[in-house]
Design a protein around this ligand. Structure first.
Ligand code: NAD
Length: 301
């Protein structure tokens, strides 16, 4: 397949490289010159410009920061949809964006006669490099069937979540759970410290009891119990608190437009907002433990 890959950042670069390794003819493009250089240095084939990447593409993949970038890239007179409509290319957006934008772009693609899926991922930069990402896919069955073999070159688990936007819905529900679970886990360690309970003992007990979660056993927010967790490298990300705030904010926007209250999600959003506003957005999201410990000492609001 001839593939255009737009957005060669932390996630897009390794994903595009894995697609090329699987035997596809991948031409990459990014608006940022350093991203293009890094892609070329890693063995990728950069296109001269965006339209050169799109020319004769059988499939267009995007991995962009947010909904506004995806709308701008796909829609409008010079957008991807207009450029590739005649060729009938398959469109796959892997960015994490709001459900409304995903549905709007998919509707525009459908109106132009193009098949499109939203296919956000879980697994982070490590999963992108190792081609072990989980893809949550929204779109028509026939579009999913065309996209799945390509996604398998970049991921391990490919799930068809439903119609257009369902991939994004799954992603934000999952990450809302994660944000709440991490906050709850971190808060329990703050209480354990205050009660004089050894952190390792809390881990040993809770990790095999009903308090168990991925946030505890794979990503423990205090140093020690899980050697690979970011807490052991001074909370270097991993998954930055600013990105968690982005996903929680998307979940809150979706809850509000859907007319449902998600009070724990709202509270977790407020906590991450405060942390990011204090300049901690570049730290791993498990640094919520440090933030809650400071809050417990009444050092922060
Ligand atoms: P990033 O900022 O590293 O990369 C995004 C790239 O898109 C940048 O290089 C930017 O220059 C480029 N770009 C912007 N507009 C463009 C356009 N019109 N055409 C071409 N390139 C354009 O971000 P990232 O970490 O790679 O994340 C990308 C997406 O994946 C985001 O939606 C993010 O929420 C999601 N995501 C990230 C992670 C993670 O751990 N980093 C995990 C899961 C999902």
């Amino acid at each position: 397949m001839r593939a255009a890959f737009l957005g060669l950042g932390n996630m897009g670069r390794p994903m595009a490289l894995n697609l090329a390794r699987a035997g596809h003819d991948v031409r990459g493009f990014d608006v940022a010159a350093p991203a293009m250089q890094a892609f070329a240095a890693a063995g990728g084939t950069p296109a001269a410009d965006r339209d050169a990447a799109l020319a004769d593409a059988d499939v267009v993949l995007t991995m962009l920061p947010a909904g506004e970038h995806v709308r701008a890239a796909y829609q409008g007179p010079g957008g991807i949809i207009a450029r590739v409509a005649a060729a009938g290319a398959l469109l796959i957006d892997c960015s994490t964006i709001d459900v409304a934008s995903a549905r709007a772009v998919a509707a525009a693609a459908q109106a132009a006669g193009l098949a499109m899926v939203d296919a956000p991922v879980s697994g982070g930069v490590g999963g992108a490099a190792a081609a072990t990402l989980t893809f949550m896919v929204g779109g028509p069955e026939a579009a999913f069937a065309r996209a799945a073999p390509l996604l398998r070159a970049m991921g391990r688990t490919i799930v068809h979540a439903g119609a257009a936007g369902a991939g994004q819905a799954a992603k934000i529900c999952n990450n809302m759970m994660l944000g709440i679970a991490m906050t709850a886990t971190a808060e329990a360690f703050v209480l354990a410290d205050a009660l004089g309970l050894d952190r390792q003992k809390l881990f040993d007990i809770a990790s095999v009891s009903s308090g168990q979660s991925w946030s505890l056993t794979s990503y423990c927010p205090v140093p020690g119990p899980v050697p690979s967790s970011p807490a052991n490298r001074d909370y270097a990300p991993g998954f930055a608190a600013a990105l968690m705030l982005k996903d929680l904010t998307l979940a809150q926007a979706a809850a509000s437009s859907g007319g449902v209250a998600t009070p724990l999600g709202a509270h977790a959003t407020q906590l991450y907002q405060a942390m990011v506003a204090a300049g901690e957005g570049g730290r791993d999201f498990s640094a919520m433990f440090l933030w809650l410990a400071r809050a417990a000492r009444a050092e922060v609001p």
